[in-house]
Design a protein around this ligand. Structure first.
Ligand SMILES: *[C@@H]1O[C@H](CO)[C@@H](O)[C@H](O)[C@H]1NC(C)=O
Ligand SMILES: *[C@@H]1O[C@H](CO)[C@@H](O)[C@H](O)[C@H]1NC(C)=O
Ligand SMILES: *[C@@H]1O[C@H](CO)[C@@H](O)[C@H](O)[C@H]1NC(C)=O
Ligand SMILES: *[C@@H]1O[C@H](CO)[C@@H](O)[C@H](O)[C@H]1NC(C)=O
Ligand SMILES: *[C@@H]1O[C@H](CO)[C@@H](O)[C@H](O)[C@H]1NC(C)=O
Ligand SMILES: *[C@@H]1O[C@H](CO)[C@@H](O)[C@H](O)[C@H]1NC(C)=O
Ligand SMILES: *[C@@H]1O[C@H](CO)[C@@H](O)[C@H](O)[C@H]1NC(C)=O
Length: 887
């Protein structure tokens, strides 16, 4: 359930109506806005926005250029090595100061700082993921209150903590050189990717990255509120559990009313608030006669929300607290049970009692500087995920717990969230103060987020079980027990114990990849956390032919897999100069943070494609890396989707495919399907098809030439479908022949074969086709001849070996019609991976990266701005595979 704490929302926006009549009302004064900022020796002193960070302040004042431009990440390293101070002065109303308690609330401090008010030290901060609250009433004056936040370098702090940890190393010490990063990020509770990652730059920033305010009250303050739906399967009834964390200045005897008016459900509870901060829990039974509409993942139903009204009244009937929250009803289970007598356990999610195949990707921070992520950027990225038929995103554990708007939007769009805690690819220390700060982080984040129906699982870390199991850090055997003990202590005894206590409503995993219940049985670090018979799997292989599904683990659940590509020139242009557009340039290696990444992309592309005739053809190289990436991830995802209903040697029943990674943090080569700025790569267009609810998938098995076509359906109802296979020669724009299968029943939520044959037999019956001269196109039809799902195609050879494939001359005409902008394409020959690029014009095409097997095709352009047909026509470039080859 998403929570809209009416109270804080109103207060933040300065509307105080709800509080006014109650005599113990709260007041809020925002301290956001323009502050002053200076560095250690005061050589720099400038105004700075709060919320914000040092880098954006420096850029806005013209002290530095765009930090993402070319090599500026190196040039601006000094910023993260310096110490910075944020300061503001403010006046306080008499009304506010007359309250019995006044708190200074800092929603996000990045990261290590001391906070001072009028010369007095309020406290110290060491965790970017905390909200810090300090009582300040005694220190406030009417005018000229001086609030100062003194940051020390996060890089220096991390190194200092590392040096203080003398007993044994806590690896990795530093990122690989190719990342140009900083060391010891595991010693600081800050976005782990801010010290660099294999897709991101090193900008260990500092700043007040969330709001700052004063909160004043006389009796009660709501610290946190959350509402969780509970389904009682026995009685087929719903109830709501409302948890309130309340700070009371003195004991108070009250009545609390919970009301969901649209569901005719209301109850009042006598409540005695104790002095201090404590948790209060209420249970509201939902009226059995009301028809509760459930929250469903994208594609499976609606996302109905209801209003929950909570009022706390004194014995005299005065309202002391009042809030409104959005609530949703859904249940979630993670099912790990024996699989048809084979070794291993299933691993899938049941939402509202229904097994759901999770389709989606992994989310990383959308910018190094969170204040640069505007609501529009955020919404656009999430909309792109939903529009590509995704139903899940994993908020990966090396970034940040995302802002409220992220989860609100996921709730609205039906995007499920696999929520990691922010620990990734490392071992972590377990000193008392580190564990203490982590515990507070976990408590705060779980309370903040647990009302969201979109979050379906908590997971304590990314790849840290695997790191120990596979010994990434070469820990000597005699020392291993120490690391295992630390691992269990941090993620099991602390993170898991706290989550289970505060939110037993959803499943919890200790890591990803993990063997889940089997890892638990093995003491939380399994011998092989990648075991496809258990839990989830991450899988990367760049050297193996990615079109060959035999290379992929037949996993229960694939939570990470992927291939890199370069972003388009229009995305690179603002941060580079023409001399950089060359795979051999210093820029091209500087932006590539994955060892040998540029070489691997070409190697993989060369398996099936000819490389551009001219090595200098950078645009062609970018295009080809996107073709390679799109086709590789398509092949792997289709393998997982068609494996949903099948067990082969005990493996399979795959129920999740989340490729790595959805979005980018800057303009660089990476595994993303969305470029920095939101432009869709070819992969994202293909994802919209390979994640479609109904999908035909073709593959060949064994050496006996067997060809299968499966129908995959995520729908609830059964379908009766036949497959139409159309055989095309590379050399012609008319199909050579077409065959249609007998109709087959495709049960809801299944993947079943609808065609089985032999390639040779199929081709023999079809003119003079051979593997080298023809390819297959196919689609599904229902009894009425209506197409269900997208068309798909299957190559019988690598395009580089195709015989008869000619250079395609594709002309494009842009016109405006009643639905917007349309591009009419006409080709002179069969064309592969036809790519429409509108440059920097914001928007996207209705389809892209498709084969043209007939002369004409019309594609819509959905402009995000005010784009005319003439502008699109000027910007539009059309590329297809044969354009890479020398004439
Ligand atoms: C002050 O600090 C800046 C930034 O770290 C540095 O470039 C400069 O040399 C320092 N100036 C003095 C006078 O120390
Ligand atoms: C930053 O502060 C730390 C701790 O006070 C100090 O050791 C360090 O020298 C300072 N750095 C600079 C650049 O002044
Ligand atoms: C439940 O709703 C019905 C109307 O559908 C109403 O008559 C009844 O009073 C409600 N029950 C409760 C306990 O509110
Ligand atoms: C690409 O970069 C390499 C290495 O710097 C250089 O030799 C080559 O001439 C460049 N090509 C173009 C077209 O700029
Ligand atoms: C491509 O087709 C267009 C329109 O049909 C024609 O004008 C043009 O000459 C052709 N280009 C080539 C290289 O054949
Ligand atoms: C393709 O489009 C052209 C003009 O846009 C039209 O003249 C032609 O008839 C179309 N061909 C087919 C096969 O639809
Ligand atoms: C788009 O253009 C129209 C007409 O020129 C103008 O009225 C409108 O304000 C523009 N909208 C935006 C979002 O720029």
């Amino acid at each position: 359930m998403s929570l809209r704490v009416f109270l804080s929302a109103l207060l933040l926006f300065g509307v105080l109506g709800v509080w006014r009549h109650d005599g113990v009302s709260g007041l809020v004064q925002s301290l956001d806005g323009e502050w002053n900022l200076w560095n250690a020796n005061k050589s720099l002193s400038l105004p700075a926005r709060v919320p914000g960070c040092v880098h954006t302040a420096l850029e806005e004042r013209g002290v530095i250029q765009d930090p993402y431009f070319r090599f500026n990440d190196l040039l601006y390293e000094w910023i993260s090595l310096d110490n910075w101070t944020y300061a503001t002065t403010f006046a306080v109303s008499k009304e506010l100061r007359s309250k019995r308690a006044v708190l200074l609330v800092l929603d996000g401090v990045d990261t290590v700082a001391s906070v001072w008010l009028n010369g007095a030290l309020l406290g110290r901060t060491d965790n970017m993921f905390h909200r810090y609250v300090f009582p300040v009433r005694q220190l406030l004056k009417a005018e000229d209150n001086a609030l100062t936040v003194r940051f020390v370098s996060a890089v220096a702090y991390a190194a200092q903590r590392r040096n203080a940890h003398a007993a044994y190393p806590v690896p990795p010490e530093c990122p690989p050189d190719v990342q140009n990063g900083q060391c010891h990020v595991n010693f600081i509770r800050k976005a782990q990717s801010s010290f660099s990652w294999d897709w991101g730059p090193s900008f260990p920033g500092a700043g007040l990255w969330k709001g700052v305010r004063l909160e004043a009250f006389d009796l009660l303050r709501l610290v946190q509120f959350a509402a969780l739906p509970r389904y009682d399967a026995g009685g087929s009834s719903w109830s709501l559990q409302a948890d309130a964390l309340v700070d009371a200045l003195c004991p108070a005897s009250t009545q609390t009313t919970l009301d969901v008016p649209e569901l005719l459900s209301r109850a009042t509870f006598p409540t005695n608030f104790l002095q201090g901060t404590a948790k209060y829990t209420f249970a509201l039974n939902i009226n059995a006669s009301s028809n509760v509409k459930l929250w469903w993942p994208n594609g499976l139903g609606g996302q109905t929300s209801y209003r929950l009204l909570v009022t706390v009244r004194s014995q005299d009937g005065d309202a002391l607290l009042r809030l409104e929250s959005k609530v949703y009803f859904r249940s979630v289970e993670l099912v790990q049970e024996p699989v048809g007598g084979s070794p291993g356990l299933s691993f899938y999610f049941r939402i509202n009692g229904k097994p759901v195949f999770l389709k989606g990707s992994n989310w990383i921070p959308a910018h190094s500087f969170q204040d640069r992520v505007t609501p529009r950027v955020l919404r656009d990225l999430l909309q792109s995920a939903a529009d590509a038929n995704m139903n899940v995103l994993r908020v990966w554990g090396g970034g940040v717990y995302e802002r409220d708007a992220f989860y609100d939007t996921c709730d609205e769009m039906g995007l499920m969230v696999w929520q990691d805690f922010m620990f990734a690819c490392a071992t972590y220390p377990t000193e008392d103060d580190f564990v203490r700060t982590v515990r507070e982080e976990v408590l705060q984040q779980v309370w903040r987020l647990k009302s969201h129906p979109s979050i379906i699982v908590w997971s304590a870390n990314n790849e840290n079980e695997a790191a120990l199991a596979a010994d990434w850090f070469r820990i000597p055997a005699w020392r291993r027990p120490v690391y295992l003990k630390d691992y269990v202590s941090l993620y099991v005894d602390n993170v898991m114990a706290l989550v289970k206590q505060e939110d037993p409503s959803r499943p919890f995993l200790v890591s990803s990849p993990t063997n889940g219940a089997e890892s638990e049985r093995e003491g939380y670090v399994a011998a092989d956390p990648y075991d496809p018979r258990f839990g989830d799997t991450h899988f990367y292989s760049y050297v193996h032919d990615c079109w060959d599904w035999r290379a992929f683990p037949r996993a229960r659940f694939a939570s990470e897999y992927g291939f890199q590509s370069w972003p388009s020139l229009s995305t690179l242009r603002p941060v580079s100069v023409p001399a950089d557009w060359n795979l051999s340039s210093r820029f091209a290696s500087h932006r590539q943070h994955h060892p040998h990444g540029n070489w691997q992309m070409l190697q993989q592309a060369a398996v099936h494609f000819r490389l551009p005739a001219a090595a200098a053809d950078f645009a062609g190289t970018v295009y080809l890396t996107q073709v390679m990436q799109a086709q590789c991830v398509k092949a792997q995802t289709e393998f997982y989707r068609r494996s949903r209903s099948e067990l082969v040697g005990g493996l399979g029943n795959t129920m999740g495919a989340l490729y790595w990674q959805l979005n980018d943090i800057w303009q660089a080569p990476s595994w993303s399907s969305l470029e920095f700025g939101g432009k869709w790569k070819m992969l994202h267009y293909l994802a919209a098809d390979f994640f479609a609810d109904v999908l035909p998938v073709a593959f060949e098995d064994d050496d006996d030439d067997a060809l299968f076509i499966y129908a995959v359906s995520d729908l609830s109802q059964d379908l009766k479908l036949r497959v139409v296979v159309s055989v095309h020669a590379w050399s012609e724009l008319e199909p050579v022949c077409t065959l249609t299968s007998e109709p087959a029943v495709v049960p809801g939520g299944s993947a079943v074969p609808v065609f089985k044959g032999h390639v040779a037999a199929l081709l023999a019956g079809c003119g003079g086709c051979s593997r080298l001269t023809c390819l297959l196109a196919f689609w599904l039809e229902d009894g009425d001849g209506a197409r269900r799902g997208p068309a798909n195609h299957h190559f019988l050879c690598s395009p580089k070996d195709a015989v008869g494939l000619r250079a395609a001359n594709i002309t494009a005409k842009v016109r405006e019609d009643e639905t917007g902008l349309a591009v009419d394409l006409q080709t002179s020959a069969v064309a592969l991976f036809v790519w429409l690029d509108a440059g920097a014009l914001p928007g996207r095409f209705g389809a892209n990266g498709f084969p043209m097997l007939s002369r004409n095709r019309t594609v819509q352009f959905h402009a995000a701005g005010n784009t005319s047909a003439a502008e699109l026509s000027r910007a539009l470039a059309v590329t297809s595979l044969s354009d890479l080859y020398a004439p």
